[in-house]
Ligand binder design. Sequence first.
Ligand code: CU
Length: 136
Amino acid sequence: MKTFSILLLSIIVVIIIVGAYFVLNNNNQQATIINQSTESPTASPQTSIAPSKVNITIQNFAFNPATVTISAGSTVTWVNQDGVPHNIINDASSPMSFNSGVLAQGKGFSYTFTDPGTYSYHCSIHPSMLGKIVVQ
Ligand SMILES: [Cu+2]
């Protein structure tokens, strides 16, 4: 009789453990399903804009226009029209590095932006000169 009680108790314990496993497992599956359903579909239509060539003028210690939005693969050309030298150097946050070197008056620098991202840049000679290229 004692052996039977122990056996019965063991069976009950096993049933509780197995039941608890299935309940927990089921909760996890529900949580996963909820996560999937809250993810909004991000499949936006690809509006592929053809790569272009964009010019930025450096004049009066400023990049003009200071912010330019282009499509990936576009080439940006800066031309220094000031009487003093300037340069174009990517900020640390920029996804890619570029450095025009010192541009004297009338000199230009071109860079092709192949990857989407936000490319902030500056003139290291005049740190107040800031610009941004947004590549889509
Ligand atoms: Cu400068």
